[in-house]
Design a protein around this ligand. Structure first.
Ligand code: FAD
Length: 486
């Protein structure tokens, strides 16, 4: 079959690889000049930055693409397991190292925060149980096909669904589990891994902590962007054709079947279309869907404000991943999702890939990716918000690290919800599609297909099962399983 993929985000690339490996003739249309979507890289005067994701979990999902393509995993696709998951700095002056080794992490929590060790063991056990119960139903199958729900493994999971605590918020579950409010804040943070609010999102999302703490966090030896480069090269090897600088302007539908697409005035016919474009963009711009208003009403996930700083000094107190926590986490999320702004004391994430990959910064320098959660763009005055937030971030870093960081910033670039939206056409620059701020969120995500239009499929962070690299790869697998081999 002749199949078109709209968009070369990680979901689109992975689907193209899988479908080409099944013998189909696959063509990708990408509006940008290069592949990757939100996964990008910039080079700036001797510094290299991964502009999007910094945390890599479930690397086996990338390796699975090679086995689906009957190709060996190339030796260049190498990644290291991190010993330190993250360094945490609290406003109250405490610092905590989240060791990958759970015994070391538990000792750290007991010594520094007086936590009961069994609370930590129970938390990780529960996160692992949630994964076991949900993986088959929510992550690796379409939720929207009766035949999937009737599989024995899924039925078994459905009987245990009460154990995943979907009726409780993540914060309520964490507050009940830990004595130390600092650990509650630490584990509440996992809601932000899919752009949600821990005070609203279901405790089921504690599954995210399982991926990082029980299964491990990784860093590709040559940087995050090499994930995209490898999948792109695999796609080329399997015969996928790429059209860059090609903005798809419509999906053409005849008699309730997708029959092709248009790029401006030029139309192409295809047997099937897979869209990796944000579902809101598709419904509102590429086709005339009767329910398009409904999609606009769903709450978007959070976006981000990122400063990429070339820093001409080394900071041994930092690791690859670092968090400087805000003093009032609840206020931070109320502002993010209700008032749609960034508080004056936001949680600051600093990712320094040059700690792992020395060539990412000149000698004695570091590449800082400094990010705060930001509301998805609606009508904010971003120039003003960026200016004041930068001032607040600098003050926070100076206080936590006892430095004067402004003196060491050599070069700067900025990404905001506006630039992220322009780059990827995601609604408001939301990083993870819609938020999971309700217990029904998993069911409200758009399915990977439409009942009303045949031969049209959806993949990527805005549809089932959700955003983030692993889930986008899972959605590619779900979609390609729906399309039989040639
Ligand atoms: P997208 O990345 O959304 O790409 C879609 C592609 O389709 C784009 O290239 C766009 O140009 C193209 N396109 C859209 N419409 C059209 C059209 N009409 N015609 C042609 N082309 C079109 N995830 C993690 O797992 N770990 C992290 O640490 C992490 N951190 C993040 C930090 C930041 C700053 C950002 C921005 C994201 C982060 N994410 C993280 C989220 C992750 O990057 C995304 O969930 C994932 O990359 C989304 O992939 P996707 O397949 O949905 O495609």
């Amino acid at each position: 079959m002749k199949i078109a993929v709209i968009g070369s985000g990680i979901g689109g690339l992975a689907t193209a690889c899988r479908l080409a490996s099944k013998g189909h003739e696959v063509t990708v249309f990408e509006k940008n000049a290069s592949p990757g979507g939100k996964i990008g890289e910039i080079n700036m005067k001797g510094y290299r930055f991964d502009t999007g994701p910094s945390l890599f979990t479930l690397p086996e999902l990338v390796e699975e693409l090679y086995s689906a393509a009957s190709e060996p995993v190339p030796s260049t696709f190498a990644y290291k397991k991190l010993d330190v998951l993250c360094k945490y700095f609290y406003n109250s002056g405490e610092n905590l190292i989240a060791w990958a080794d759970q015994q070391k992490f538990t000792d750290e929590c007991v010594q520094k925060l007086g936590e009961d060790p069994s609370n930590i063991t129970n938390y990780f056990k529960n996160a692992s149980l949630i994964y076991k119960i949900t993986a088959d139903i929510f992550l690796f199958n379409s939720l929207h096909k009766v035949k999937n729900l009737l599989k024995f493994s899924v039925l078994k999971s459905l009987f245990q669904v009460h154990k995943i605590r979907f009726y409780k918020t993540m914060h309520a579950a964490n507050r009940r589990n830990f004595k130390s409010p600092l650990l509650v804040q630490l584990f509440d943070r996992y809601a932000t891994y899919n752009g949600s609010n821990p005070y609203k999102a279901p405790a089921t999302l504690n599954v995210i902590a399982h991926l990082e703490n029980n299964l491990g966090a990784y860093f590709p030896e040559q940087g995050m962007y090499t994930i995209v480069q490898h999948i792109y090269e695999l796609a080329l090897k399997k015969g996928v054709r790429f059209n860059f600088n090609a903005l798809v302007t419509s999906i053409n539908i005849k008699n309730k079947k997708a029959v092709g697409l248009s790029v401006g005035d030029t139309s192409f016919t295809f047997d099937k279309i897979v869209s990796n474009s944000d579902i809101n963009y598709v419904m509102n711009n590429l086709m005339d869907h009767p329910q398009k208003k409904r999609f606009r009403q769903l709450e978007p996930s959070s976006s981000a404000l990122v400063f990429y700083w070339g820093v001409n000094k080394e900071f041994p107190e930092l690791d690859v991943h670092n968090i400087l926590f805000s003093g009032d986490y609840k206020e931070e999320f109320t502002n993010l999702f209700q008032n749609k702004t960034i508080v004056s004391d936001p949680t600051v994430y600093i990712f320094v890939s040059s700690k792992m990959l020395k060539s990412d910064a000149p000698k004695n320098c570091e590449n800082w990716f400094v990010m705060v959660n930001a509301p998805a763009n609606s009508t904010e005055n971003w120039d003003e918000l960026i200016r004041t937030t930068k001032k607040n971030i600098i003050a926070k870093i100076n206080k936590s690290l006892k430095t004067n960081i402004e003196d060491y910033i050599d070069h700067e670039k900025i990404a905001s919800p506006i630039s992220i939206a322009q780059n990827t056409l995601n609604r408001g620059g939301a990083l993870y599609g819609n938020s999971s701020n309700s217990m029904f969120a998993a069911f409200l995500r758009h399915p990977n297909f439409l009942k009303s239009v045949k031969n049209l499929y959806f993949v990527g962070g805005s549809v089932h099962p959700g955003g983030g690299i692993p889930l986008c790869l899972a959605s590619a697998k779900i979609v390609s399983n729906e399309i039989p081999a040639q």
